[in-house]
Design a protein around this ligand. Structure first.
Ligand SMILES: NC(=O)c1ccc[n+]([C@@H]2O[C@H](COP(=O)([O-])OP(=O)(O)OC[C@H]3O[C@@H](n4cnc5c(N)ncnc54)[C@H](O)[C@@H]3O)[C@@H](O)[C@H]2O)c1
Length: 316
């Protein structure tokens, strides 16, 4: 199978995520069939899609006339067989319950044409677990979108133990075709990558709040106006580069590495040594050390643009 053979897609579950996922495909010109358990839910999903499109028009992302075509690309059903008959790529976005996903995947496996790829939008579950009963092990995959899925560009793509390279590659290509940015995971992990990172921050925020170190409002304000403010430009790894931490004196960097990777994080000796060893190299993750000054300048220009936008918004 290749990407050109995906002519029609299905989305099962028309809730918070499903309606937005369907909209992504429809915006890219794919005929989409959206399925849920009853007409009421699907009607509400269609209302949410229309509302999302109105904001796209307001934001000049699409023209008003295009919105009609996009809506025309979406059909609805409560009949899983109808969805399965013609879809070459199906995304499930049903309730986050392993047993429900298992049942759905098994059913889809039994009623879909053999070439159909089955994708899951699970936030935390592991594919090899709930999709273990599926015969087409080579054609299952995770595409993990982030709310609101029709706006946030990144999508984690993760295979299970039997997922073929072909399925993985087609899935990444498909994400690019619908103007998403695939984040390629090499291994299965509960919570994938990004939810684990988000959770680490939330976990710490909850503790600091419970200990009374700061109010919930100030913790939130702190995130948004400091590390969050920088985040459109840098994630945690690029921060190590751009903040020049790799240039710190050896002993200071070693101290830092010890704090980052010690037993209290529940790490094995092997992982501790791998992380500390990487820090000990004293080199950035991504940038050429000779480009440090220009990278910092690039960051500052970007942040100043964002700062100006903030002040402008305040005046409006
Ligand atoms: N909400 C988020 O921010 C978010 C982000 C990323 C991933 N996810 C994941 O996406 C999935 C859906 O989450 P959501 O927030 O959209 O949930 P939701 O409750 O808003 O929607 C789930 C929909 O699935 C339907 N459904 C349940 N079982 C079904 C079945 N067997 N057949 C057809 N439809 C069925 C429900 O009626 C409901 O409309 C979950 O796996 C969740 O973990 C959610």
């Amino acid at each position: 199978m290749n990407i050109a053979e995906i002519k029609k897609v299905g989305v099962v579950g028309a809730g918070t995520m499903g309606h937005g996922i369907a909209l992504n495909f429809a915006l890219a010109g794919y005929p989409v069939i959206l399925c849920d358990v009853n007409d009421n839910i699907i009607k509400n999903a269609l209302k949410s899609i229309q509302k999302a499109l109105d904001l796209f028009i307001e934001g000049k992302l699409i023209a008003k006339e295009e919105a009609e075509t996009v809506i025309g690309n979406i059909s609805i059903t409560t009949d899983l067989e109808e969805l399965s008959r013609n879809s070459q790529f199906i995304t499930e976005a049903i309730v986050e319950r392993s047993e429900d996903k298992k049942q759905l995947f098994n059913r889809l496996d039994s009623i879909c044409p053999p070439e159909t790829i089955l994708a899951s939008n699970t936030s935390w579950l592991v594919l090899s677990d709930f999709a273990s009963g599926v015969k087409r092990q080579d054609k299952v995959v995770i595409t993990h979108y982030f709310a609101p899925p029709h706006i946030v560009p990144g999508v984690e793509v993760c295979g299970g133990s039997g997922t073929s390279q072909e399925t993985y590659d087609i899935t990444c290509q498909l994400m690019e075709k619908i103007r998403k940015i695939p984040i390629r995971l090499r291994k299965e992990r509960t919570g994938h990558v990004i939810n684990r990172l988000q959770d680490a921050m939330r976990h710490e925020a909850n503790i600091l709040w419970a200990e009374g170190v700061a109010s919930a409002e100030d913790i939130e304000l702190g995130i948004i106006t400091t590390c969050g403010f920088r985040m459109p430009f840098e994630g945690s790894m690029k921060h190590f580069d751009i903040a020049g931490m790799w240039r710190w004196p050896k002993d200071v960097l070693e101290n830092y590495a010890e704090k980052e990777a010690d037993e209290s994080w529940g790490l094995s000796a092997e992982l501790v040594s791998k992380i500390r060893g990487r820090y000990a190299e004293g080199k950035p993750w991504f940038m050429d050390p000779d480009e440090y000054e220009s990278e910092v300048e690039k960051r500052d220009r970007d942040l100043i643009r964002r700062l100006k936008a903030l002040y402008r918004n305040e005046k409006e």
